[in-house]
Design a protein around this ligand. Sequence first.
Ligand code: BDR
Ligand code: CA
Length: 317
Amino acid sequence: MPEVQKRRVLFDTDPGVDDSMAILLAFASPEIEVVGLSTVFGNTGVDVTTANALRLVELAGHPEIPVAAGAAKPLLRPNTSRGDMVHGKNGLGEAEFPEPKVKPDPRRAPQLIVDTIMANPGEITLVPLGPLTNVALAVATEPRIAQNVREVVLMGGAAAVPGNVSPVAEANIHNDPEAARIVFHAGWPITMIGLDVTMKSVMSEAYLAELAAARTPFTDFIAAITRHYLDFYRSVGFTEGMPVHDSSALAYVIDPTLFTTRHAYVDVDHMSLHHPGQTVADWRGQRGEDPNVNVAIDVDAERFLDLYRQRLTGAKA
Ligand code: BDR
Ligand code: CA
């Protein structure tokens, strides 16, 4: 049997409870090769998200994978993120882990993104899971990455549903609307995995208990970091469990048939005085601008959650 070509994934990320779960899904998936992690502020400060990314490559037994620290704040605004309420001050649900032994790559995040894509034309799938600051800086520095990336699959936005940090904005886009606007209009193939689908896939307490029962190093880590996250969602009235944001983007890379998508013109409102960060999708088709984004509008949540469980516990269908 010929070996299946692996998808080479570069994460830009702010781990982050759900970022960590997405990255561990990648490490547990035979069709994915993680080629690097660049880090950004968001769920907590960038020094902390960088330390967490280093912990993840160590946990996965891949200390050779480059982890490059990136933006500490949005392009034009102060950092007002309250991600720590959701993810804990340490970004890992206040669970305690030793300091990582691996050191970050000497490059800054935008440089890692440019170098990785330009050295591997047509091969790299860029998966942004946080505010889009590093990605905007990368494509502004080297616009040719837009032609040389395989595709961009990002977690962010809300096309036809309410936001989560404001009535209209999803957190990653809200945390740097100007950067998001640059990224959405950079002329590369983007799939937007937003709240339209991520709120439909929910891990219940029973589901998480099943994962935890596998007692692998990955599932032990997940069990430790998800308690605080579950408590947060319960405190805001979301009683079914926790929505699965960042892993949904990676799931699309693994198996796009899990999702229904539709091409649309999507703009980012960065000018709104009170409610910046809305992703405005134009569903009028030919009457609007040419589509620039492949928007996920539905997901087979059961099949996705089965996939996540199988990968993380090693269980068969
Ligand atoms: C997104 O915001 C962050 O808190 C999560 O990690 C996810 O990327 C969900 O809106
Ligand atoms: Ca994230």
